[in-house]
Design a protein around this ligand. Structure first.
Ligand code: NAD
Ligand code: TYD
Length: 351
């Protein structure tokens, strides 16, 4: 038995592969293009472990994916591979269309060809799990109810529009061809191995470096945060027990404004790694120009996943954030690796 994971050198995919192999001996074939966001150092503990096969490939390369499917005969494919950063999608949307839309289309077509030739029992058991986002639902007003699975699609950024397009393709491949698909919509993740272009790792590392902590606009935008390992457990649950063709929202019931998040991070750092001058990291906060089209609020109603599949997150925001700060303080080799190369150029362009 084996599963395919695409994008398994990224933040969530990497955590998923590590988690999977901590709990199971089932082989993982990890397919990742290794863009700026792919980092094999995340998977360093798996070196020499023959339960993990890493393949550098583009999900948009149909022939390569089809050949890998024929060779390894997976029982499932979990698609994490994507361009994932909203700010980058504003500067250069082309890659987002190529990977998130064309790439997902290619994966679906390759899987359809492979799946349609499987013997009946394996055909019935095969799953294509597509990892999507709450951002496809658009932005909520302050008092609106959280997104349910029935919320209409209202994507506002090139990133969320490209993810929305990929979701529609996944849905259509099920309705038209019968491909056994599952889709999850998760809220903002945080935790170990998060690339420091995203708010939480960016703030931790810039704080420690004595740099300004940039808050877009008034900092009152709200995100619903989930610890990455809880997202991984939700995906495993949906993979094993989800109803084919259905979509499941995944969230942590943790709505926080960006300013609250940054304040909490500063407070944790004040405790765990006080500044040499004894002052608070909060002094480094700077309000900067807002992101164009910035969504005001996301909130996920994950009650379906709890009601139907019995999943609940294990971490609170306080416990998850505490572990995350501790992780960033103790994993300097990983951090040095990512802070070299293209990440630096991106920071210079953005700030
Ligand atoms: P990430 O940017 O950290 O990782 C993406 C990975 O995909 C990288 O390893 C990259 O090299 C790889 N990749 C990119 N293009 C590829 C291609 N054409 N072929 C093969 N591999 C390619 O992203 P992430 O934060 O880990 O997100 C993973 C998935 O989860 C994405 O689909 C994203 O939309 C979704 N998601 C993310 C969040 C979040 O908060 N980060 C929340 C909900 C859903
Ligand atoms: P981000 O981590 O980019 O995730 P997303 O845009 O997918 O929600 O951003 C989280 C929130 O933090 C978002 O409202 C934008 C804001 N933000 C800042 O205020 N400053 C920053 O430097 C970054 C990267 C994000």
């Amino acid at each position: 038995m084996c599963v395919f994971v695409t994008g398994g050198a990224g933040f969530i995919g990497g955590n998923f592969v590590l988690d999977w192999l901590a709990q199971s001996d089932e082989l993982v074939v990890n397919i990742d293009k290794l863009t700026y966001a792919g980092n094999l150092q995340t998977l360093a503990s798996l070196q020499g472990d023959d339960r993990h096969v890493f393949v550098q490939a583009d999900i948009a390369d149909f022939e390569r994916i089809a050949e890998l499917l024929r060779t390894h005969q997976p029982r499932a494919l979990i698609n994490f591979a994507a361009e994932s950063h909203v700010d980058r999608s504003i500067h250069g949307p082309g890659e987002f269309i190529q990977t998130n839309v064309v790439g997902t289309f290619n994966l679906l077509e390759a899987c359809r060809g492979y799946w349609s030739e499987l013997p009946a029992a394996q055909r019935a058991g095969f799953r294509f799990l597509h990892v999507s986002t709450d951002e496809v639902y658009g932005s909520l007003t302050a008092d609106a109810p959280a997104f349910t699975e029935g919320h209409r699609y209202e994507p506002n950024s090139p990133y969320s529009a490209s993810k929305a397009a990929s979701d529609h393709l996944v849905r259509a491949w099920h309705h038209t061809y019968g491909l056994p698909v599952l889709t999850t919509h998760c809220s903002n993740n945080y935790g170990p191995y998060h690339f420091p272009e995203k708010l939480i790792p960016l703030v931790i590392l810039r704080a420690l470096a004595g740099e300004a902590l940039p808050i877009y606009g008034d900092g009152q935008q709200v995100r619903d945060w989930l610890y990455v390992k809880d997202h991984c457990s939700a995906i495993r649950r949906v993979l094993e027990q989800g109803q084919v063709g259905e979509t499941y929202n995944v969230g942590g019931w943790n709505e926080k404004s960006n300013l609250e998040v940054v304040h909490t991070l500063c407070d944790l750092l004040d405790e765990q790694r006080p500044r040499a001058d004894g002052r608070s990291y909060r002094e480094q906060i700077r309000f900067v120009q807002d992101r164009p089209g910035h969504d005001r609020r996301y909130a996920i109603d994950a009650s379906r996943l709890e009601r139907e599949l019995g999943w609940r997150p294990q971490e609170t925001f306080a416990s998850g954030l505490q572990q995350t700060v501790t992780w960033y303080l103790h994993n300097t080799a990983w951090i040095e690796g990512v802070t070299s190369g293209s990440y630096r150029q991106w920071l210079a362009q953005q700030y």
